[in-house]
Write a protein that binds this ligand. Structure first.
Ligand code: NIG
Ligand code: FE
Length: 416
């Protein structure tokens, strides 16, 4: 099995990082560095303790070792706030079937789709799932990702959901990256419950979720609310179970049809509603009132050759914060580049470059409830930042294809 450099062997990032250029809008508002000024980030014990113009570096930090930033562009570590990274197998056959005319819904109703990945995931051991997910995670990390959400939802039975969530935790420890794990037991109806949806949801709420939460494996709870998945009433039951355990919720909402799931999720204080192609005005108003983040997933839109775009103008007008994520999964978004998603959020969904960059940093942090520690370069936060050899921050969304960073500081350590 592949391994990765143990955390202890990664060099500590403590010292003065200077001179740098800071990407506009991705620092806390109190950081004032003019575009033509060199900047400095000071890291002590893995925490950012000062950010500002190099010329104003306080004398108390002057003794710290200096890292030569070579005037490179610094951004916060990127955040992929919606992935299904842990699963067995792949589904290239479905890609071919869709090209030949089958729809995502038809494939799902015929027992393929999510259930095909459930079969492969159940057949794999925990170590096998880890070995399959690790290169995928490494590919995302190599692009500057410093925090990632990973959902379960391909196990659909206690032991198999546990296996997925344990792998998510192990990946975080192994790679020194913040992993938020989301329980998505209500992703699809498993075959052994065919025709007994209510009985499965009872199992999810009364047995699976409490057990996995007690084991410390769950940071948030998600549901696929859709006509090929779970109803509004079933979604509400899962949300209530989550709230009894003090867990925040989020939703796969209005991807294929308008179920009014976003409004329900917002009423339950959802961190985010994700997909949103068929989102209604009611949903937008409820998300705005609750401060719920809208997570845009252009990889799924593109892969499924969808034509219904999320109502971006209305979301923007309402002031709903918009994040952008890969939705990495073997069916609707086999994508391992968050920067490509930023590009596609601009080209397919008409986000501005600034919106797309906020979408993979500060708004993505908010979608995970981690806005106080991640997503911005600011003192008092763990050191998570990336240096790029680029003239302008807009290049992050402009290039098609990999633009590898020149330095990655993750969790206070120099990761690359
Ligand atoms: O976010 N929409 C539901 N879940 C995933 C797809 C899962 C799959 O097809 O395996 C999504 O697109
Ligand atoms: Fe998803």
């Amino acid at each position: 099995m592949q391994t990765t450099a143990p955390l202890e062997s990664l060099p500590c990032a403590d010292g003065r990082w200077q001179p740098l250029r800071l990407a506009p809008d991705l620092c806390r508002a109190d950081v004032r560095v003019a575009a033509d000024q060199a900047a400095c980030i000071v890291v002590d014990h893995g925490q950012v303790v000062w950010v500002g113009p190099e010329a104003a570096l306080p004398a108390c930090h002057a003794h710290l070792p200096r890292h030569d930033g070579q005037r490179r562009l610094a951004t916060p570590g990127l955040i992929d706030c919606h992935t299904h990274l842990v699963y067995g197998g792949q589904r290239a056959d479905e890609f071919a079937a869709r090209l030949a005319g089958a729809s995502y819904e038809q494939i799902a109703r015929a027992g393929g789709g999510i259930l095909a990945s459930v079969r492969a995931t159940r057949a794999a051991s925990e170590d096998e799932l880890l070995a399959q997910a690790l290169p995928r995670l490494r590919q995302l990390l190599a692009e500057g990702v410093c925090a990632i959400e990973i959902k379960s939802g391909y196990g659909l039975a206690l032991a198999h959901e546990r296996k997925q969530l344990r792998v998510a935790r192990r990946l975080g420890r192994l790679c020194g990256v913040t992993v938020q794990s989301t329980f998505l037991g209500a992703h699809a109806l498993p075959p052994e419950f065919a025709g007994r949806s209510q009985a499965y949801i009872d199992q999810v709420c009364d047995r699976m979720l409490p057990a996995l939460a007690a084991e410390g494996l769950v940071d948030a709870v998600d549901v696929f609310c859709e006509r090929i998945a779970f109803s509004l009433a079933e979604t509400q039951q899962v949300f209530q179970a989550a709230q009894r355990l003090g867990l925040r919720v989020k939703l796969h909402a209005e991807q294929l049809s308008n179920m009014e799931g976003a409004a329900l999720a917002a009423r339950h204080g959802a961190l985010s509603c994700d997909h949103l192609e068929h989102l209604s005005d009611r949903g937008i108003a409820a998300m705005r009132a609750a401060g719920t983040v809208g997570v845009l997933l252009p990889g799924a839109f593109y892969t499924l050759r969808d034509i219904q775009r999320p109502p971006i103008d209305a979301l923007r007008a309402a002031g709903v914060p918009l994040a952008v994520a890969t939705d990495h999964n073997p069916g609707s978004s086999p994508c391992l580049s968050l920067l490509l998603m930023a590009n596609m959020a601009c080209t397919l969904f008409h986000l501005t470059v600034a919106e797309a960059l906020a979408g993979i940093t500060c708004h993505a942090a908010r979608a995970l409830g981690l806005q106080d520690s991640l997503g911005l370069i600011a003192s008092g936060r763990p050191a998570n930042f990336v240096l790029w050899q680029l003239d302008a921050a807009a290049e992050l969304a402009y290039w098609l294809g990999q633009r590898p960073p020149c330095r990655i500081v993750r969790q206070g350590r120099i990761a690359a």
